[in-house]
Design a protein around this ligand. Sequence first.
Ligand code: ADP
Ligand code: ZN
Ligand code: ZN
Length: 750
Amino acid sequence: MIAQVIINTNAKELNKTFEYNVPIEMQPKIKIGSRVLVSFGRSKSLEEGFVIGFVENSKYKLKDIEKIEEKDFIDEEYIELAKWMAKRYFCNISECIKLMLPPGTKTKTVDNRVKEKTAKFVSLKVEEDKVKEEIEQNLIKSDKHIRLLNFLLENGETNITELEMFADVSKAVIKTVEKNGYIEIKDKQIERNPFIHKVMPDRTTNLKFTEEQQKAYNAIETAIDDKMNSEFLIFGVTGSGKTEIYLQAIQKVLNEGKSSIMLVPEISLTPQMVDRFISRFGVNKIAVLHSKLSVGERFDSWNKIKSGEAKIVIGARSAMFAPVQNLGLIIIDEEHDSSYKSEMTPRYDVRVVARKIAKNKNIPLVLGSATPDMVTYFKATKGEIELLELTKRANNSKLPNVEIVDLREELANGNRSMLSVKLYSEIEKNLKEHHQTILFLNRRGYSTFIMCRNCGYTVKCKHCNITMTYHLKENKLKCHYCGYEEKPVKVCPVCKSENIRYFGTGTQKLEAEINKLFPNASTIRMDVDTVTKKNSHEQILNKFKNDGIDILIGTQMVVKGHHFPNVTLVGVIAADSSLNIDDYMASERTFQILTQVEGRAGRESLDGKVIVQTYNPDNFAIECAKKQDYKAFYNTEIALRKQLKYPPFCDIIIIGISGEKEQEVIKLSEKLHSYFKQRIITEKIGILLYKPLPAPIDKIKNNYRWRMIIKCLYNKQINDLINDGLEQIYNSNKSQDVRVVVSINPSSMM
Ligand code: ADP
Ligand code: ZN
Ligand code: ZN
């Protein structure tokens, strides 16, 4: 028996199979997808690999597989998926397989995995009555010992750390009582449960659908019944009842004994969303998977899924690869969200991967959004995706009233503060009425940059060549790309002038200004700087909701999916921040963000108001967002995309070349460019190939970045062309000093 093994490595030239002999004793255990250790090349240590196939004979003299991990294996179907992804996204098969391994799997070893967690538990060793008697008869002298024993009498067996905390005794005391023979300490396995600190919500039952919901649900139900691989787009404003449709579709699939995966954007993996699922299905059937969980929690969730106990997986992008048993439905909520595209290798679009999985398994795929991705909606107009529209809010609350404030006029009237007169007075009014306010500013930190007024010098990160952001609390300049920090300059290093000014505003400064303007209002800030520890995202939102905080100030994080009944005012401090970036998606992003922010106001009985401050009040993305008119936005934007040859009419492929030595980077860029050019001419391939140039951010973490852009309608021929080009390069550039990454329609063009 001979196994074909893929070595787990990023080395591009090793992205092929190697043959190994399977020793007799391993033969009953080994299968496609097994994780193995093999000796490879001249390396002394064993290398990790994955079995991706078997063959009868080999013309080589083969080495044996050394070890096999029996617990971890990947279903053959997913091995096929990994192969497909590697080709589609220009990376190694092993890099795709890694997405499918249990969390915390350590490489190059087969048994050193995340372990089931154990903890020490303390229990009484002597009969309860006897302990009570001894205490009553004053046979036990120490107060501490008595306290400990009483605690155990009342509460039974207790985790040792909890015992220390709640019975207020030290480890030494516990040890002494153990020595005296009253108690025993034992190791016990515990389940790491991400829901452990959760207050369980009350159970809910299916709501009676509105007419529109019913129509949408029926279409999905039919696809489930008829086992069809249909794709749907539920297009409905926030609050139109999309989630209720998801819940009932999942219920339907569950009734048939099958599982569902629902993806939600990472940051909006809101406790509130998860709560709604728990209250409908109970906590046991649900597993959550996202990066804020500890590796142990993710490992346990993974097992809960693999064993079939959890039939509903809610998670971020990577949850698509969870080992779900008997998958019956895939849902992608807020499908337009940029987190669905990976910006790390493998640079996959999870919607494309979900489509592939749904097709393989012949199950429906449901996408949902209030502001669908341009490409998704385009497909819906072409009939490739079935459009299910919800036009009204389910609980009949009205859409908020949106007002645009022209910041140029404010400036002309001498108002230099961050708040327009209008927004200021609305906040004041809202405070008086004891309603809550959300202020949104898409920039963290205090000032965005500092500049010498004399010569225009700005402080840039010396590793990344981008301007550094000033953070007041730490009195430091920080690079938001690499985390590098330095003290702000007082004197310009170029012209020695002391006329250094702080420009631009971030959330920190906004909060400071609000505290100054409204000293009696309570505020809370949510951005990457305040959301650091595990759960603190949830804590901030709960605090805002339950402690009656007046004003929530935040970045992007505040806009997604949250539901606050008492929020009646939303202020957008600078709508332009996402418009002025050099990116074909700038308008789309602006429209999406504004629409989402607006959706936060007046979600229940109270009417909502939104104030949008901008320097570009005539911009169509801002105008359409004011009217919450997706279709008007879509029609204008799609015409522009067609004219300028952007997706969905043309794909943008960015080939990024980076390395520490700029000369090497340039050399390789040119080599790749001439290879492509040659092939395009000889094979008459109809694509636009641009010359290699420095990227907009031309240095990050001391790596020089160049890039080459290809515009074309992506297809197999292009895919082959790029894969061939990369192979050429890898074979001639074994040193790996220069890296090449390919992204298709990336979320960020920088
Ligand atoms: P979306 O996911 O589109 O934002 P939700 O499903 O969260 O919408 O619904 C918004 C609100 O309306 C929620 O409070 C939900 O409980 C309520 N809701 C949804 N469907 C119905 C219905 N058919 N009848 C009454 N209330 C509903
Ligand atoms: Zn200067
Ligand atoms: Zn940096």
